[in-house]
Design a protein around this ligand. Structure first.
Ligand SMILES: [Fe+2]
Ligand SMILES: [Fe+2]
Length: 196
């Protein structure tokens, strides 16, 4: 779907009582989508000559679109990028690559864990944006557009989550440990990337 990025970026760049929240939102989501891009890139390095290639390529392409969209919102919205961007890049590529090396089930468990956390993260942002949209008169259009973007991406992430479960994520060993460690790591990274 084509989104009106400039109106969303304008709402982000404009000083308002939502400025702090919107800045954090763009910073953390840009870092998160960059990480997603690199996780799938890492998985593809392992699976490029297997029957998993089309499936992972499809999800990866969606992440590249998410990543590019937040790059634009960050630049046009004049938001400072996360200072830890090089760390997110290496951590995400390693996570994707190393779980994929353990096999299809582990790669899918990684996707399931990541997308569970990101889906919840986007949902909490959508609640804020919905409230902000209802309360503000000016800048409404920009916030509404941002809400549409986040909502579309949330749907994509939940589709990735379902794909992972349908592709034996639960067969990973040790499933519980692997997914809990990844979920905890993602939640911590979100907290850090909002600020740093
Ligand atoms: Fe994404
Ligand atoms: Fe995703």
């Amino acid at each position: 779907m084509k989104h009106n990025l400039s109106s969303a970026a304008k709402a982000i760049a404009t000083k308002s009582k939502h400025s702090k929240y919107l800045n954090q939102l763009v910073r953390v989501d840009q870092a998160g989508e960059l990480a997603a891009d690199y996780i799938y890139k890492g998985q593809l390095m392992v699976f490029k000559h297997t029957e998993l290639k089309p499936l992972i390529t499809h999800m990866w392409e969606q992440e590249v679109h998410h990543h590019k969209t937040f790059d634009t919102l960050q630049t046009e919205g004049r938001v400072r990028p996360s200072l830890l961007t090089p760390v997110w890049r290496i951590a995400a590529l390693s996570l994707g690559f190393l779980t994929a090396i353990r096999g299809k089930e582990s790669a899918m468990a990684c996707t399931e864990a990541v997308e569970t956390v990101i889906g919840g993260h986007y949902n909490s942002q959508l609640r804020y944006l919905l409230e902000a949209e209802m309360k503000t008169k000016e800048g409404n259009e920009g916030i509404e557009n941002l809400k549409k973007i986040v909502s579309e991406f949330r749907d994509d992430e939940l589709e990735h989550l379902e794909t992972a479960v349908a592709n034996d994520a639960h067969g990973a060993k040790p499933y519980w440990l692997l997914t809990e460690v990844i979920k905890k790591g993602c939640a911590a990274a979100i907290k850090i990337a909002e600020r740093v």
